[in-house]
Design a protein around this ligand. Sequence first.
Ligand code: GLN
Ligand code: ZN
Length: 766
Amino acid sequence: MSKFHALGYPRVGAERELKWALESYWRNDITQDSLLDIARSVRGNNWQAQLDAGCDFLTVGDFCLYDHVLNTSFLLGHLPRRVNTTDNTLDRIFLAARGRAPSGTPVHACEMTKWFDTNYHYLIPEFYAEDSFSLHADFLLEEVRAAKQLSDKIKVALPGPLTYLRLGQSKDGSDRLDHLDAVLEVYSDLLCLLKEEGVSWVQLDEPILVTDLPLEWVNAYERAYHRLRGAGIDILLATYFGGVGEHLSRVFQLPVQGIHLDLVSAPEQLSAAVDQIGPYKVLSLGVIDGRNIWRSDIELLFQSLKPIQKRLKDRLWIGTSCSLLHVPYRASAEQNLADGCEQWLSFAEEKLQEGVLLANALKDESVKRGSQWLDQVQRSVARQISKRVHKDAVKQRIETIIPTAWHRPEGYDERQALQQALLNLPLFPTTTIGSFPQTKGIRQLRRDWRDGKIDESAYDVGLRDEIQHCIRIQEDIGLDVLVHGEAERNDMVEYFGELLDGIAVSAGGWVQSYGSRCVKPPIIYGDIERPRPMTVRWTEYAQSQTNKPVKAMLTGPVTMLKWAFVRNDQPWSDTAYQLAAVLHDEVQDLEDAGISIIQIDEPALREALPLRKADHKTYLAWAVNSFRYCYADAKASTQVHTHMCYADFDDILEAIQAMDADVITLETARSAAALLTTLEQKPYTNGIGPGVYDIHSPNIPEANQMESILTGARVSVKDKDLWVNPDCGLKTRRWEEVIPALKAMVGVATKLRSEADTSVESVNVD
Ligand code: GLN
Ligand code: ZN
């Protein structure tokens, strides 16, 4: 009868034990054996959770110390050669991941990038024509054997061969597909070994099947899975993060024993799947959301699955939509969240319970009369009708906003003239992206306030001191547009999440971002309201401390959405407009307080692009329009800035232009060439500040490097539109690094200014 399985489980530990252990190991505070002990215990707890919930499989192989793609590189004997400076296997993995490890010579770390459209980062495999592959299965086999002590129903989950190849990068222009046969050889050996170990199922994750794939990649699937069939082990081919779309019938013809589909992100594929599953294959339906944290509407799921179960019987499996890696461990640990919204939440543990409950109900309908079922149903009904979720006034307001294409009545040139009359900025104005170093003192101040050790007024005094200090330093450095420094923010999304109604911040809802790094996404559970201004008092105070203009800092609607857990009961665009509405009101309040430069950060705009090109247009339309609504009623003399954390914005340049910020600052220091080429081909017509100082490095940038980026930009950007600024916020840097770096940056701007002045004079003289 119907089985339930999780595609994967979080791995940092419910108390982030693995994070602490890794960081201690890297600092040489604990031995490798202690690290491995802790890792084994986290892994053991993960399995225990699956056993306790009553899952039909123990998922094995998804656990890893740093990253599952990097683990696959290790498994295939395909770590970059430069890490071979130590005999210690784990340290080789850490060298590839971080460039440093307790043993071995420092090397440059592998690049990282986002795992599909999630906020998880994987390490990019590097391919060269001469690469070879060999099986390194010791770690995996140890895991399998440990799991076998607990259960004989084991499913090993690994990235599939084509997804592994496709997520890599060719370093010498060779074709990654040329390695397919060699890689299959190793996978095939591995599958044989697993079969010998008594493993019955292997889940091979092939999420690239939900993306736009070139034909040769689609064709390669048949070859690959025919080859793997020889191992004689049952393969579940898993797809997730979207629908397989046009690949569906080919996927269903592959010689595998089961197919997994993500029905949360692409429910529309269900009927075609049921039609094409054929008489032998298992159909695994991912109906428990692996990426979001809401309790399932279990009754609705039951109704849609029951007829399929009648047809497929035990060939129907129920699963999480994708690995649970993307959700925190335990909602039951959350208490007293805003509006009691914890009762609507389901983290990894609860998701296992939901899945098993559903599978049980499909086996035996009397389960639906039990208290667990009723409790689950009540929670989802309560959420659907809650007045704390649904607020008429908010809904009415966005209904009036959505149909309008927002823009400022004056064009960029007219606005620039008015802004310049007010601000009187020099040529090549210098500014920063917003945050300044978050010192121990600042963190302690915030913690003391949060823990109730100091009262509001003491906190206020402490923050004002910080702001004043930050302003003094910026004046001393000679920057033109100052910021208050963001000392009150631990995180640019969480800060607003705490101040807005309709958004809750969990206590322990941590999710792995990369390696030992975790994030705690706020939870957008209801219609959003702003009880009071959020940034005005700090910005206003900063402005009172200087005659130079102070730029206010807001986080844009798409970035808030993308870096939060979002509602699943309305389209993303509705939530984006609700966020835009509260930001709009904040912009008005900032203006009223006399602030004339306002930055609305959208670093996540590009990463929120849908996986399929066909969906980009719709997304960009609401993303841009909701951004524009934020400043739609700002005076023409108010200068709107935005910031994005990348330079390769080739594919979305039109949308960025349409956002129509007066100034955009971008990350470029490591990839200036890419930006400059784009700008030459498609000039950007508003103000632009290509980042000249790489804030990800502790080094003080060289003046000539900064100058050459600016000189390059001047080819396609008019002098009057060119800004000088770092790559990104400075909160992770130390003052000792930031001050000399910014002084050097101001020096470059001053030099360019004086050269420009002389050239203007010489023109006049001639
Ligand atoms: N204003 C933010 C800061 O300076 C922007 C951070 C970001 O782009 N991620 O920290
Ligand atoms: Zn940035």
